[in-house]
Design a protein around this ligand. Sequence first.
Ligand code: VG1
Ligand code: CO
Length: 541
Amino acid sequence: MNRNIIATTPFPGQKPGTSGLRKKVKVFQQPNYLENFVQAVFDSIDSCEGQSLVIGGDGRYFNREAIQTIIKMAIANGFETLIIGQSGILSTPAASCVVRKYKALGGLVLSASHNPGGPDEDFGIKFNRSNGGPASEAQTDKIHQITESISQYYTVDLDPIDIDRVGEVDLGMAKIQVIDPVSDYADLMEELFDFAAMKQLLSGPDFRFRFDAMHAVTGPYAQEIFINRLGAPKESVINAVPKEDFGGHHPDPNLVHAADLVNQVNEQALDFGAASDGDGDRNMIIGHQFYVNPCDSLALLAANAQKIPAYKNGLKGVARSMPTSRAVDRVADKLDINCYETPTGWKFFGNLMDDGRISFCGEESFGTSSDHVREKDGLWAVLCWINILAATGLSVAELVKDHWKTYGRDLFTRHDYEAIASDSAAKMMETLNASLEGLVGQSFSGVQVTLADQFSYSDPVDGSVSNNQGVRILFENGGRIVVRLSGTGTSGATLRVYLDQFTQDESITDTQAALSTLIDLADQLIGIEKFTGRTEPDVVT
Ligand code: VG1
Ligand code: CO
């Protein structure tokens, strides 16, 4: 096999965002674009010589071509074993599980998560390190730096590898192992949960459940776990066949994009509904006529963790991303365990888990997980809920309302303004930042601002500092406004405004109305209309 050195020139903007590099497919299809980034990843690692690399993705358009390119480059860069999900499939949590189980140097996960797929839509790639979690900020900065001056990459001459058949091929210079993408992950789930009790619930006549795989990667996983192993009726899993374009939809588990599921659960009076995203790391949980906010879900799972076999001895601690509501903080307080506030993105939880400081963590963006892997894990969260439902015999709504009674309640909403002009967004954030110092002590509608800052995080494990992670404005009555720009979009800028308010009122059903004062105040303080011309958010969750 010939090792070829190919000359190349840098592309601007190959800077990984919140979760890897995400661009339009057309951008990735430019000659050498993917190659440059992959070579930069390999160059950011001390040595690939003799190591194993995991490769897989969410099955979106361009996945297969990208995998063939990566195989040749990985071999040329010295990797000895390539572990590839069959047909190029590995959900993000399954990739994390496989990296850990086979002690690989890391993995390349090909996904743009919940962004739409297809020739005119999005593609993405991210590197996960040997703990199975996303590369640290230091490493992604280094990768970006390398892309800015890259002049060559390595590849070999090799015919396309058949990735559709499970098995091992020895190419001399390297071994290719095509693995079943589901079984290692499903086995891990079976170790964590009380499958016997869950099977009784799911296969019995008194509980009706729907899981929406949204034509994305979790279809085969859900089929194996819910239907084959837990005995749920066949109709429990919908949109189970992964498609390169997700059937033309956004594989984004929220009330808007998973409307099919919501209708089925409400119209057929089902007990429990759940959905996951493109790459299987997000989850949405609903009961009959009842939506569970992801911040509440994290808090409730932490409070009930001991009902799940793997966590029966209690949690070491918990963590949440800064914009996530503080519901889980009160659970940690009561349980007297650690509680950390980290910047947005899963890469900040890895050190806390590796160091044994936390067991559960989550984000408001439908992400929850534990230290069983180093990624957020949609199906794991759904299984947690089923285990707790089986253990308590309560309904989803009863569990949440009981939780609010014990811990109080945090109303939460996120307003997204998508595809706004990047320069207006930058100006708006700059103006907001400049106004922060004067805000503390000021009153709005009789409520005082107690803190206004740009969130900075010091990692307690490696001491690294991440600045400018979003604006926080806290009020003396327990209200909070958080403002940041998205790091996963592919066109223009996306403004995210997070609003939350502590209350003891369990009867509120209209969160938007209850938060309207805070929403109006946010518009006024940020100057959304003034800078962007927008009067309404594009997405409200
Ligand atoms: C968004 C979410 C963030 C999440 C990230 C990756 O990032 O807000 O919480 O970790 O997506 O999730 P941003 O920068 O756009 O706000 V996924 O499921 O897209 O890999
Ligand atoms: Co995702």
